[in-house]
Design a protein around this ligand. Structure first.
Ligand SMILES: [Zn+2]
Length: 177
């Protein structure tokens, strides 16, 4: 798919969203969940050191978005809207994480059927591009409505800023962003 087509596809996806104004990520997730008829749980998690910073887990009845808890809000929002990008474009077809990893990430799921566990690494480059384009478009739309000052990272967040950099810049690390 060419970049132009990716953008068109993502714009179409975004146009179907009821993005709350002023922006509220929890509320956006609630509205998406309502339209899909499947609850979305946002779960702050200590993600594995060299693993993804976010993961979407689809079970038979609910969607879970796990996101790194030890980073600034700005980065967490980016992680979550990126995972929403995968969810909205229905990237359900490719590789699976094992249920062992799912249980490690989400102990509450123990005993519950995990039908699909999707990590960033499981997607094709094209799916990553689509998810990231959706994330960028949502955040761009939000930025038009929200004072930029609210997006500033705290001065103490040097480590977090490094991680933001890893997310924003094309990464050569083992886990593609
Ligand atoms: Zn991704």
């Amino acid at each position: 798919m060419r970049l132009k087509e990716v953008r068109r596809r993502c714009r179409k996806t975004i146009s179907r969203l009821d993005i709350p104004e002023p922006f509220d990520l929890q509320e956006l997730c609630r509205r998406i969940a309502a339209s899909r008829g499947r609850p979305i749980d946002l779960v702050p998690t200590v993600m594995p050191l060299h693993g993804p910073t976010g993961v979407w887990i689809a079970t038979s009845g609910r969607d879970y978005i796990l996101y790194e808890q030890n980073t600034v809000t700005l980065h967490q929002e980016h992680i979550i809207v990126h995972e929403l990008g995968h969810l909205l474009d229905d990237h359900g077809g490719t590789g699976l994480l094992t249920s062992d990893i799912a249980r490690l990430l989400l102990p509450d799921l123990d005993g519950q059927m995990v039908s699909r566990v999707l990590g960033r690494t499981a997607y094709s480059d094209e799916q990553e591009l689509i998810a990231e384009t959706i994330a960028t478009m949502i955040l761009e739309a939000v930025n038009r409505w929200k004072p930029l000052s609210e997006w500033e990272a705290p001065a103490s967040g040097a480590g977090a800023r490094h991680r933001i950099h890893l997310t924003v810049e094309p990464s050569t690390e083992r886990w593609p962003q």
